[in-house]
Ligand binder design. Structure first.
Ligand SMILES: Cc1cc2nc3c(=O)[nH]c(=O)nc-3n(C[C@H](O)[C@H](O)[C@H](O)COP(=O)(O)OP(=O)(O)OC[C@H]3O[C@@H](n4cnc5c(N)ncnc54)[C@H](O)[C@@H]3O)c2cc1C
Length: 400
């Protein structure tokens, strides 16, 4: 029994996050009709900063949104790595023109809401993509007529839509993942992130342009400008048992200052200026688990949510979208085989990058002799050598 016969049926994408929106545009470029469903009633301004490395930008260029993103981004020249204990600069990683010349695409930082809005505007202007908000994908079933049917709920009404494939881009708590036999649920890492933005004028001059990474025992801090340089995005990450499934739990400044109590006064002064702290529990989904089953494929966080310690979560979702589209040309016959090929191609790369992020979670929080060894290496390395260590991550681009 095959359900691929009707080429006119849409591909349903569950989730209009960064991955789902990019997949909608990439799959539409291949000529497929797309129905993009998101359970959220409106795609609101939730989130804080995301890093868009050259590998992600190469896909965003391919789907034609790179220029529209430019007014909203910043391109830091360096990542400045500092000690959260002494405040001392430990090393610098060269970004800016160096990475652009090396890989052909820029290294940008952006507010998640800006990226999502630009992608959504492009999706809404693209004929052949239908967006349905407040619509939760519940599952998939063969209908009485042998056609594949996506089950969804809108306004408490459950309905079916015939489709030729279902792409689960529904994030770390994916419901689509439940369709895949042998899947595992997301796992809490024991680490939480506190994030806030402040007006850029509130930050010291040396914090405004470049990205910063501060490392301390059991915690670290990342900051970079967003909103075209008008705001500073601050994310403080710490080991903590709290867990919650939302992206929008509130945290107060007093709590953040307590968590970062033994940090340099320069950092604490800045943390004290932010009032809009949100907190989220860092979870991961083992990338080596199954991503596909018949006409269903997972992508992005649904398949491989990772700790943000390589800043590649959104980039991997964006890469997935391009590769998925390449495996689904307009005349695709055997969709399950194409989805399996997509999974085979993506898994080694995503698993490796997820592994680096896990390792960084330890390295960033070293203390004692290991901290000394890490800091010595950073001190002795020049900024270009440190940047070149990520050539295989940043140098990726979608091939035809
Ligand atoms: C609200 C929000 C804020 C975030 N903020 C940040 C941030 O500040 N910094 C950062 O680094 N990362 C953030 N992330 C995570 C980051 O966007 C992702 O790691 C990355 O972009 C991968 O994207 P994704 O498309 O795979 O998943 P996500 O971006 O998580 O998108 C998943 C989408 O699926 C929808 N969805 C879930 N279940 C269903 C269902 N059953 N049916 C239909 N739709 C469904 C959700 O509403 C969501 O829009 C945030 C994610 C979300 C959802």
């Amino acid at each position: 029994m095959t359900q691929t016969g009707d080429a006119l049926q849409p591909i349903v994408i569950a989730g209009a996050g960064i991955g789902g929106l990019t997949a909608a545009l990439a799959l539409r470029q291949q000529g497929h009709e797309i129905v993009l469903m998101d359970k959220a009633a409106g795609l609101s301004e939730v989130g804080a900063g995301l890093q868009l490395s050259p590998n992600a930008c190469s896909v965003l260029d391919r789907i034609g949104v790179l220029d529209a993103l430019e007014p909203h981004v910043c391109a830091p020249d360096y990542l400045r790595i500092r000690s959260g204990k002494s405040g001392r600069q430990l090393g610098r990683v060269r970004f800016g023109d160096f990475l652009k010349e090396r890989h052909g695409f820029p290294f940008w930082v952006i507010h998640r809401a800006d990226l999502q809005r630009v992608l959504l505007e492009r999706v809404e202007r693209t004929p052949g993509i239908t967006t349905r908000l407040a619509t939760e994908v519940l599952g998939l079933e063969p209908s009485p007529y042998d056609h594949l049917s996506c089950i969804y709920q809108n306004d408490e009404v459950t309905a079916n839509l015939a489709c030729k494939a279902l792409v689960g881009a529904d994030g770390v708590w994916s419901r689509t993942r439940r369709i895949i036999p042998g899947h595992e649920n997301a796992r809490f890492s024991g680490q939480v992130a506190y994030r806030a933005t402040i007006p850029i004028e509130a930050a010291p001059a040396n914090w405004r342009k470049d990205s910063g990474l501060w490392m301390h025992r059991d915690s670290h801090l990342v900051h970079y400008p967003v909103r075209g340089g008008r705001e500073l995005n601050i994310v403080g990450l710490a080991e903590e048992a709290w867990r919650d499934e939302t992206w929008s739990a509130r945290a107060d400044t007093k709590t953040v200052l307590h968590v970062f109590r033994d940090w340099p006064s320069e950092v604490r002064t800045l943390l004290g200026k932010a009032e809009n702290w949100l907190k989220w529990a860092l979870c991961s989904v083992d990338a080596s688990g199954p991503w596909t089953h018949g006409h269903v494929a997972l992508m992005g966080d649904a398949a491989h949510a990772m700790l943000p310690y390589m800043a590649q979560g959104a980039a991997m979702a964006i890469e997935d979208a391009a590769v998925l589209a390449r495996h689904l040309p307009p005349d695709i016959g055997n969709i399950p085989a194409a989805l399996r090929a997509f999974e085979r191609e993506r898994k080694p790369r995503v698993t490796r990058i997820q592994g680096i992020a896990f390792r960084n979670a330890k390295v960033f929080h070293y203390s004692g002799i290991r901290e000394f060894a890490r800091d010595t290496v950073l001190n002795l390395s020049d900024p270009e050598t440190l940047a070149a260590r990520f050539d295989d991550v940043y140098g990726w681009s979608p091939s035809d």
